[in-house]
Design a binder for this molecule. Structure first.
Ligand SMILES: Nc1ncnc2c1ncn2[C@@H]1O[C@H](COP(=O)(O)OP(=O)(O)OP(=O)(O)O)[C@@H](O)[C@H]1O
Length: 263
């Protein structure tokens, strides 16, 4: 089953900027896909189109082989935009985290259970009683992510989910994404960061700076094609550059260490 099937997406902003033109994206249920491209390539716009936050000028997005109406699948779909303020608008962080499941008419105890679990996982427990505007930038990012997760979506669309998040919390967030994927949640992550891709995706849709798809392939195929990445104004990951031309190329530092240890 497909979680998402988008065809022929086109979108211009009111000032006339054509941000996305002729983009197709299909994501199977349970897949982890990255939308990778340089700044301004149109990834955020595509993600907002996929999440039904904006309507395309042309093209359609179909969800779960069922419907083209994003609102009809709001219970199953969460979108994390780059702007934490989209999620943090209540007097306290706790109320922001309660908002999504409460909208789904979950019982009070179920809402509380979800908030406690996600807050605990993302180390937000101490911050729950704070007003969200008193949080640091990185804390706001994690709180926004937490509010997208308390909905317990089947399909999660993430726009640069760990930008501005420190190394320890970043590792925690990435571990959580792996657990969600293992539980069958479909993950689509938009990022300009080639270093992040191997941690969040098995497949990549690569955009060039013109808002069109330059290539599609497995994470390995795309990340090891240094010429293709450079043509798209991206820098191949550091370990790829280090091991390029030296046989089987690792995609992460952990993989590289294993490879060296085996020698
Ligand atoms: N509100 C807007 N009004 C006009 N043009 C916009 C608006 N938002 C984005 N754009 C333009 O649309 C294009 C695509 O932008 P978008 O934010 O989708 O790119 P991106 O790939 O997500 O970039 P980044 O990696 O910097 O987040 C860019 O040329 C950008 O300048």
């Amino acid at each position: 089953m497909t979680a998402l099937d988008a065809t022929g997406l086109r979108y211009s902003y009111p000032d006339g900027t054509l941000a996305v033109d002729g983009v197709d994206v299909t994501v199977e249920t349970g897949e982890r896909v990255a939308l990778l491209g340089p700044n301004g390539a149109g990834k955020s716009t595509v993600l907002q189109l996929l999440g039904g936050l904006i309507d395309p000028d042309a093209g359609t997005v179909r969800y779960f082989d069922e419907t083209t109406d994003a609102d009809a699948v709001r219970d199953r779909l969460s979108v994390l935009t780059q702007n934490p303020a989209d999620y943090l608008f209540n007097p306290t962080v706790r109320e922001d985290l309660r908002y999504g499941p409460a909208q789904q008419d979950r019982s009070e105890s179920e809402v509380d259970r979800r908030v406690e679990r996600v807050a605990d996982r993302l180390d937000l427990g101490e911050l729950l009683s704070k007003p969200p505007f008193r949080l640091s930038g990185g804390q706001q990012r994690r709180a926004a992510l937490a509010s997208a997760l308390t909905v317990e979506p089947d399909l999660l669309l993430l726009d640069e989910p760990v930008s501005n998040v420190d190394a320890a919390n970043r590792a925690e967030v990435l571990a959580l994404f792996s657990e969600l994927a293992a539980d069958g949640v479909t993950l689509v992550t938009s990022t300009p960061d080639t270093e992040l891709v191997a941690h969040v995706a098995d497949r990549v849709v690569l955009f060039d700076e013109t808002g069109t798809v330059a290539a599609r392939g497995s994470t390995r195929e795309i990340l090891t094609d240094t010429e293709l990445l450079t043509d798209c104004d991206l820098r191949p990951p550091q370990v790829v550059r280090l091991f390029d031309g030296r046989g089987d190329i690792p995609l992460t530092v952990a993989e590289a260490r294993r490879r060296l240890d085996e020698r």
